[in-house]
Design a protein around this ligand. Sequence first.
Ligand SMILES: NC(=O)c1ccc[n+]([C@@H]2O[C@H](COP(=O)([O-])OP(=O)(O)OC[C@H]3O[C@@H](n4cnc5c(N)ncnc54)[C@H](O)[C@@H]3O)[C@@H](O)[C@H]2O)c1
Length: 267
Amino acid sequence: MMSTIEGKNDKPRRGAEFDLDGRVAMITGGAGGIGLELAKGLARYGADVILCDIREEPLAAAAHTIAADWGVRAAHRRLDITKKAEIEAVVASAAAELGHIDILVNSAGINIPQIAEEVSEEAWDKVLDINLKGSFFCCQAVGRLMIAQKSGKIINVSSQAGTVGLIRRSAYCASKGGMDQMTRVLAVEWAKHNVNVNSLAPTFLLTPLTQKMFEEKEFKDYVDANILLPRLATTDDLVGAAVFLASRASDMVTGAVLHVDGGWTAH
Ligand SMILES: NC(=O)c1ccc[n+]([C@@H]2O[C@H](COP(=O)([O-])OP(=O)(O)OC[C@H]3O[C@@H](n4cnc5c(N)ncnc54)[C@H](O)[C@@H]3O)[C@@H](O)[C@H]2O)c1
């Protein structure tokens, strides 16, 4: 005879290790694209957020929506991450306003696609300044607070471009490869302070950054051919990975590059 046993207990609910209640997350590039989607995702799991971006105008509305939708605190700051003094001032004022910063998501980034023989010095400097140098000094400013509080989670939004070569992206690939190496060094230096530093490396997703590229058939075919799973990736596909890296579920994970690339870098 078959019978169903019904269990009852008071054990913590499944998923509690992903709870971000009471944590404060600072997100660069938070005005749109991946940064905003990750901010919403972290807020959905309970985190208060500080949205930072060089584009000030969309920030206030985004912060209001996040606070209303998820019942969390949402602050916003205009921040140009190429300005070290500005980073330090924003981090100090945001930490004072929200009490602490537990999670840093470095999502601000740009790409200027050009074949290598045509890359200008100006374009090279701009990509490296924002993607690599700016992200490093955000890690440094927030990392100092995390070291003092003996805990923290840093998520550097890198790219599959940090792992494989992609045409027309010499500066971009260099910046993301550099970011992954920066992740490893910070992980090594800050492990003793209980600060986890990881890279989140997406494949191409449809965002304002890539909208124009996806309009070209040749580019879309190239992406379709290299993502092995049978669909394109969306910003939604990054949320679970970011929540994992931001939460206590990843307490023993540091220095990792988590590819969310549908298998692109596996072949
Ligand atoms: N979209 C993709 O296919 C894709 C794939 C892999 C990795 N990425 C990475 O994800 C990150 C986010 O990309 P996205 O697709 O959301 O792009 P996006 O253009 O939609 O968002 C980037 C944000 O960064 C901000 N920003 C640019 N320069 C800044 C500066 N100096 N200071 C502060 N903010 C600045 C922009 O205003 C923008 O809101 C980037 O680092 C990008 O390299 C994107």
